[in-house]
Design a protein around this ligand. Structure first.
Ligand code: ATP
Length: 620
């Protein structure tokens, strides 16, 4: 409870503090209503049978007016409390989202993004329905109100009637509350154990409703995915239902004890009335207070607080878990010291749209070993490769040889397990986050899974670069990437949002998306990026245009260092140097003609591919 109070007061001091303060005030007004109701009822007979000159009128009217006033205030406070809760909801939502996104984007490296531990912790922090913490904060106000009201009502019952009855009922009221919170705690532990299955259910839902909604239906996989979702969701929820079923008997016993004490209290009250020990005012006040006390057990609020506290702890652990996952790389690397102190989070890393124009970089991979976190297979095994400043290097290799992995290492997204990636003499592993982010801004990549953003066509090309400052550049790169006519056909040209679900939105074919991604990389080069990386840039293009497009592309990108990865030899053959990646190392390198003359692996692969074209050698 104290952790939540501290959290609400530090994150939203006005709404959080105001909510708790108002809750206390609301408890006081509710208690005042109870006492005034007793007073009015007690005074009614005397007033009704009153003297003919109505001398008791002003006092009775005053009592009724006070009751109406306090009752109205109580109602107003309830409305204000609900408004403040809504306000707190917004404030806290922002804080939680910021905390989670700050952790996820705290580093320019990406190991933690693939970590199940980090994903589970983030899911726990968000809680069921993503709202555990703020539901708990609203419950905190309710709990403050109900507990103060319970104590106040007990004092009224004790002072006017019986202290043992007051304390007995207070005890069973809190027993009910404690029991609800305890069950919720057990449910939390059970739910935490099932977060992985729950996450799988979430993925299935996201796939079916978003990412792959169209494809799954076109190919008739929707029922399969639905069954899978139901299966995973049930297996995450069944243990929870089991906990609830197992607790049914004890829950019934706790509520029965509470009701029994209330029944005894009412029976004793009736006995006292019969014995003439209590007047009408006392009876009315005590009865109202007894009911208030008995009904103040707020198991729901206590349970929500339990859940919120558990989520809050997960939220506080999250950055540590993410750091530990990233630090796991250090252990893999044999403890080479790293400068993690520079991890400052997105709020502190200023985004600087203009790319630093520092010319084409010289990049060296020196005896690089790499295995993915959690894997026991070395993808790269002592790879050494140099991309000289301004050189165009082609990279070929079989599926799974490690070509895309090499691109991740070049970008510094992962650290090598051993060895170094050195850019202009600086080891990427020694860069702090801001320096690494600056290096990544010097890259213009087209990866296999290129971005398809539901933004305008213009934003898809320019991203953070200011397009309005260079409209000619936009036209030029669109022409080079041969996407200009497709853009002209869109309902609103460059300003068309590339998402069919938007009014006046447009859609591109797979090949047209790829051309748009190429235009984006060219635009970045023009804006100052010095290293162009094309990973299968022509996979979605028809064979006729691919080689011609890539050649045109490289011509326009002169003056940069470029890495061209492709299974299609027609794409890489004009590179200054072609490297063959095999078994984690560069097995061969040279020009297209030199490699063919050597008769090695490259020549074999080339001949195999060429034989599939009519006439033997495409573009040879
Ligand atoms: N995030 C990851 N975690 C664990 N292993 C991975 C991860 N990404 C790739 N791998 C593994 O690393 C190896 C190299 O993959 P990579 O994608 O770099 O190959 P590639 O040469 O680009 O393949 P392709 O030609 O099919 O695109 C593969 O065995 C793959 O299964």
């Amino acid at each position: 409870m104290f952790a939540l109070v501290r959290f609400s007061i530090t994150t939203a001091p006005r709404a959080g503090g105001g909510l708790v303060g108002l809750a206390a005030l609301s408890a006081a007004t509710s208690l005042a209503v109870t006492v005034l109701v007793g007073q009015v009822i007690g005074a009614t007979p005397a007033f009704v049978a009153g003297d003919p000159d109505h001398s008791s009128m002003p006092a009775f009217a005053l009592l009724v007016a006070a009751l109406v006033l306090v009752f109205t205030l109580d109602g107003v406070l309830t409305v204000v409390l609900s408004m403040l809760s809504t306000r707190l909801t917004y404030d806290v939502d922002v804080v939680i989202h910021r905390a989670i996104t700050a952790t996820m984007t705290a580093s320019a490296r990406i190991g933690h993004l693939e970590s199940p531990a980090v994903e589970d912790e983030s899911r726990r922090a968000r809680g069921v329905g993503n709202r555990a913490i703020w539901v708990g904060l609203v419950a905190l106000a309710e709990l403050v109100r109900s507990r103060l009201l319970a104590i106040g009502s007990a004092v009224v019952v004790g002072a006017l009637f019986s202290w043992p009855v007051a304390l007995g009922l207070l005890a069973t009221t809190w027993l009910v509350e404690w029991w609800s919170a305890r069950i919720s705690g057990i449910e939390q532990v059970t739910w935490r154990a099932g977060t992985r299955t729950g996450r799988e259910a979430d993925y299935a839902y996201e796939l079916g409703m978003g990412t792959a909604a169209k494809e799954l239906r076109v190919f008739g996989f929707a029922p399969w995915l639905k069954n899978r979702y139901v299966r995973d969701w049930r297996s995450a929820m069944v243990p929870l239902w089991r906990v609830r079923r197992a607790a049914t008997l004890r829950t019934t016993a706790v509520y029965a004890a509470h009701l029994a004490v209330l029944a005894v209290a009412v029976w004793l009250l009736v006995r006292n009335v019969n014995a003439g020990l209590l007047g009408l005012t006392e009876v009315a006040t005590v009865l109202a207070a007894l009911l208030r006390l008995a009904m103040s057990a707020n198991g729901t609020a206590a349970a929500s607080m339990e859940r919120a506290t558990s989520s809050l702890r997960a939220l506080q652990r999250l950055p540590k878990t993410a750091r530990a996952v990233r630090a796991g790389d250090t252990a893999l690397e044999g403890g080479r010291p790293r400068r993690d102190a520079g991890e400052t989070g997105p709020a502190d890393v200023p985004f600087d749209p203009p790319r630093p124009r520092t010319g084409p970089p010289d990049v060296r991979l020196e005896d690089v070993w790499f295995r993915y976190p959690g894997s026991n297979v070395d993808v790269l095994r002592g790879l050494t490769l140099r991309l000289g400043a301004g050189e165009a290097i082609g990279l070929v290799g079989l599926n799974g040889a490690g070509k895309s992995t090499l691109v991740h290492l070049l970008a510094g997204a992962y650290r090598p397990t051993a060895g170094r990636v050195v850019v202009d003499g600086v080891d990427l592993a020694d860069l702090d986050d801001q320096e690494l982010a600056a290096w990544q801004r010097r890259l213009a990549p087209v990866t296999q899974e290129f971005l398809r953003l539901p933004l305008t066509a213009k934003e898809n090309v320019t991203l953070a670069e200011p397009a309005d400052a260079a409209p000619d550049r936009l036209v030029a790169v669109a022409a080079t990437a041969a996407i200009d006519s497709a853009i002209a056909d869109l309902p609103r040209g460059w300003d068309t949002v590339l998402d069919r679900s938007v009014t006046d939105g447009g859609e591109l074919s797979g090949g047209q998306w790829q051309r748009l991604a190429l235009a984006r990389a060219l635009y970045a080069v023009d804006a100052g990026a010095g290293l162009l990386v094309l990973d299968e840039p022509a996979a979605a293009l028809d064979v006729r245009s691919e080689a011609e497009l890539v050649d045109r592309y490289l011509r326009m990108a002169t003056g940069v260092t470029s890495l061209l990865i492709s299974h299609r030899f027609s794409v890489v053959r004009n590179a200054d140097r072609i490297c063959v990646l095999d078994k984690g190392v560069i097995a061969e390198q040279g020009t297209h003609a030199q490699l063919l003359a050597t008769g090695g692996r490259y020549a074999q692969m080339f001949e195999l591919q060429a034989a599939r074209y009519v006439g033997g050698t495409p573009n040879a």
